[in-house]
Design a protein around this ligand. Structure first.
Ligand code: HPA
Length: 281
């Protein structure tokens, strides 16, 4: 079922009952990256179980809490852990929290994920600024906006050109340069998972123009754009997904997430500190 305005309002009210903070930036932290939220000042932490419509992730490495507070001088709502399509949820279910973050007042979504790098010259631990996406399940009909459209939530046919806000990408590159961090850029391809790709599939993803592959993010970004939010996406390259390489596994994905915590934290904090107050979306 499509999201209803009333369901979004109910979830928003459940959160507003626990904190008076009005977050301006929503963040979704991917596999192994939940601890980035430890740096939040004056945090209010709410279990997904206490927010109607939020789903606890069943996947190791994902917590299931929304943390609200201050980070890099910005009021933020941070999702520690997300649910995935491959867990059996619908595209509407996994994108519901984005609607709620927008309803809380977030004009920007920062989304991070763990992804397989599709270039032999890349390294585990690299961070990629997502410049664009290929939403394979969405193109094939598994799309969060399928169904009746509520105009109060967004338009029927939202544009996806510049889905990832160029100005936020520029800011990320500026901050990375200041921090001496190499920030790659590229196209994120979402596959459904949960199986990793075959060799032929990896070759196909390269031919399509993909630079990194993962099992999340694209549906959340579509809904964020439908809501009128600006988006910054960052992929942590947790493994190299190469046809001639060794198979990916979940343990290495989590391990790389933990190892990359300091640079990812520094980058995110730097971006938040460098954000000027944009017009409300
Ligand atoms: N493929 C798909 N999803 C992933 C990968 C991968 O290699 N690494 C982390 N998430």
């Amino acid at each position: 079922m499509e999201h209803s305005f009333e369901q979004v309002a109910a979830a928003r009210a459940a959160i507003a009952a626990r904190t008076s903070l009005a977050p301006r930036v929503g963040m979704i932290l991917g596999s192994g990256m939940s601890d980035l939220a430890d740096n939040i000042e004056e945090p209010t932490t709410i279990s997904y179980h206490d927010i109607p419509g939020f789903l606890a992730s069943s996947v190791e490495g994902h917590r299931s809490e929304l943390a609200l507070g201050w980070l890099g001088g910005q009021p933020v709502a941070v999702m520690r852990g997300r649910s995935h399509f491959y867990e059996g949820y619908t595209m509407q279910q996994i994108t519901f929290p984005v609607r709620v973050m927008h309803a809380l007042g977030c004009h920007t979504l920062i989304v991070t994920n763990a992804a397989g790098g599709l270039h032999a010259t890349w390294q585990v631990g690299d961070i990629m600024h997502i410049t664009d996406q290929i939403f394979l399940p969405g193109l094939a009909g598994n799309h969060p906006l399928r169904g009746r459209n509520d105009e109060r939530l967004g338009v029927r046919f939202p544009a996806m050109l510049d889905a990832y806000t160029p100005a936020l990408g520029s800011l990320a590159h500026t901050v990375a340069t200041q921090q001496g961090l190499t920030l790659r850029r590229g196209v994120y391809v979402m596959i459904s998972g949960p199986s990793f790709e075959s060799g032929a599939e990896l070759r196909m993803l390269r031919l399509l123009g993909g630079d990194a592959v993962g099992m999340s993010t694209a549906p959340e970004v579509v809904v964020a754009r439908h809501s009128g939010m600006n988006v910054l996406g960052l992929s942590l390259i947790t493994n190299l997904a190469l046809p001639e390489g060794s198979p990916a596994n979940h343990a290495e994905v989590l391990e790389a997430g933990i190892a990359a915590r300091p640079p990812m934290t520094a980058l995110l904090q730097g971006v938040l500190s460098g954000m000027h107050e944009p017009d409300p979306a």
